[in-house]
Design a protein around this ligand. Structure first.
Ligand code: ADP
Ligand code: ZN
Length: 528
């Protein structure tokens, strides 16, 4: 039954069954595939594990010619091509890891029409030879994977992606499909305009990953906290642990190994062979933990990653979403756990202040960080906040820490006033700058060497905060930062007032706060 349209859809489904061995399309796959088979452009926003690959693989098989896939993930091309070849799909790739002879072979296959899919690193298009090669073959479509890399203010900008607007100029009749797993409204718009996809149809799937349980804990002893999580909930499970620095990657991996957990490090400073070996062990072995910087993970297709743990604060909500999204691609229950503390904020501010680029760039980075902080300190459902960041609405999920154990809130207005007035007092001491540590010592009435050195025990605010514990005060600082009522600047994490601080000091604004959990408070106390 049906006209030509039904016939085309039939061909897509047949290909799905015959080549990939699946029964039916999921979500928007079928509509997306029909759009591209019909010669139209598509912009696809779909979460990790949603099934983006088939959206260009099937049209490449159905349409005459070769589907050209632009991907920044050079390290994965070999694996992707091998997997396709195992299914009988004629696939090849061109990137900088190949020697002349290997490249020539692929080029010959392309020209002879012996390929269904050709994976291409974006920087290849800078080479005129590549462009001429593409001109001489028949192209069925362009797929632009990880399309958010074109967004200049996004978290993963790649300059080579800017060139991709040339695809439309040079091959106006070839349909294009841009795909990404993370995009705020702004990034989505940037993808559309920079890639000149004005006439495209847009497919925005729900970004919700219901099987991922989001949890954010106060950081006290991060490695110990991680170990407890792995032992109590994820014994023998595969997972990824993200750390900010290479040094902490190494230390954390060693710590896990010392405690009987199979773990390997992964960061850009490791020898390429070690890195490749660790990545392939992670993909092939059961229950291995990779401790990594964010250099690890994009495009990694391991379905049974049971947890993603962050020992340091991600730089943006987009990054957090994308990194945690590597858990549970198989749909089984998985954990996204993040430990975060005041030191993270200080450290990241420092990195932003020292970063290259103009003020506007630094302001963007700061805005990303602020959104991430607000996510950490929210008393609302984490998922609601996360999806709201991507302009998607949802109700409380029942599967995040704030839903499962609703945080107690308290009226922190008076405490905020005490802390902010201490910051005001110290500001008057010219040339001297103090971070959270000194301010908390003053509030708690501690006569430390540094307190005595600066006569801070003589201040009227000395000891006015003895009603709270140190961990509570740290929580107060974090929440004031997250609410934009306090800011941190400079190398030493100096605390400074913001434009809104005055409202609190003058009693014009209430400051609701999230109570610090008893456990974190105890651990921080034991340490001090
Ligand atoms: P993404 O690129 O969006 O993260 P993938 O394309 O890697 O997702 O797909 C995720 C997993 O789901 C893969 O193992 C893929 O084979 C599988 N998959 C995709 N579409 C279907 C489908 N229609 N039916 C069954 N499995 C599918
Ligand atoms: Zn929730």
């Amino acid at each position: 039954a049906g006209g030509p349209e039904a016939g085309e859809a039939g061909e897509a489904v047949q290909t799905l069954r015959r080549v990939f061995g699946y029964d039916a399309f999921r979500g928007d796959q079928e509509e997306i595939i029909e759009q591209v088979i019909g010669g139209g452009d598509a912009v696809v926003l779909m979460p990790t594990g949603g099934g983006k690959s088939l959206c260009y693989q099937i049209p490449s098989l159905v349409r005459p010619g070769v589907g050209v896939v632009i991907s920044p993930l050079i390290a994965l091309m070999q694996d992707q091509v091998d997997a396709l070849r195992a299914l009988g799909v004629r696939a090849g790739f061109l990137n900088s890891t190949q020697d002349f002879e290997e490249r020539r072979l692929v080029e010959a296959e392309f020209l002879a029409g012996e390929l269904d899919l050709l994976y291409l690193a974006p920087e290849r298009l800078r080479v005129e030879q590549t462009v001429q090669l593409l001109d001489r073959g028949k192209i069925s479509l362009f797929a632009i994977d990880e399309a958010h890399c074109v967004a200049q203010w996004g978290h993963d900008f790649r300059p080579d992606y800017l060139m991709l607007s040339m695809l439309h100029d040079r091959w106006p009749d070839v349909p294009r499909i841009a795909l990404t797993a993370t995009a705020t409204k702004a990034t989505h718009e940037e993808i559309t305009s920079r890639l000149r996809m004005d006439g495209a149809r847009h497919f925005v799937a729900s970004f919700d990953r219901p099987n991922i349980q989001y949890r954010i804990a106060a950081k006290s002893e991060p490695k110990r906290q991680l170990l407890e999580l792995l032992r109590s909930e994820h014994a023998g499970d595969a997972g990824i642990v993200y750390c900010l620095s290479r040094a902490s990657v190494e230390k954390t991996a060693q710590f896990l190994v010392d405690n009987g957990i199979a773990a390997v490090p992964y960061h850009a400073g490791l020898d390429a062979r070690v890195r490749a070996a660790n990545q392939s062990r992670f993909l092939r072995e059961d229950g291995l933990v990779v401790v990594a910087t964010i250099a690890f993970g994009m495009g990694i297709d391991k379905p049974d990653v049971r947890f993603v743990a962050h020992l340091d604060l991600p730089k943006s909500v987009e990054g957090y979403y994308q990194e945690t999204g590597r858990a549970g691609r198989d749909g089984q229950p998985s954990t996204a756990w993040l430990a975060y503390g005041l030191q993270d904020v200080v450290q990241q501010r420092k990195m932003i202040d020292g970063s290259e680029g103009d003020d506007a760039h630094r302001r963007r980075l700061a805005a990303h960080l602020d959104a991430m902080l607000a996510m950490c300190e929210t008393v609302e459902c984490r998922r609601v906040r996360l999806l709201a960041y991507f302009d998607q609405e949802s109700g409380p999920c029942g599967n995040c820490d704030t839903c499962l154990t609703p945080p107690q809130t308290w009226d922190g207005t008076v405490s905020a006033q005490k802390l902010l007035s201490t910051v005001v007092r110290l500001k008057r001491e010219r040339g001297q700058k103090f971070g959270a540590g000194q301010i908390i010592d003053i509030l708690l009435g501690r006569k430390t060497a540094k307190v005595i050195q600066f006569d801070h025990d003589g201040l009227s605010v000395f000891g006015i905060g003895e009603d709270l514990r140190e961990a509570d005060w740290r929580g107060v600082v974090r929440q004031l930062l997250a609410q934009g009522l306090l800011a941190v600047e400079g190398d030493y994490g100096t605390l400074v007032l913001t434009d809104s601080s005055g409202e609190v000091l003058r009693g014009q604004r209430q400051v609701p706060m999230r109570r610090e959990p008893e456990k974190a408070a105890r651990a921080a106390k034991a340490k001090s």
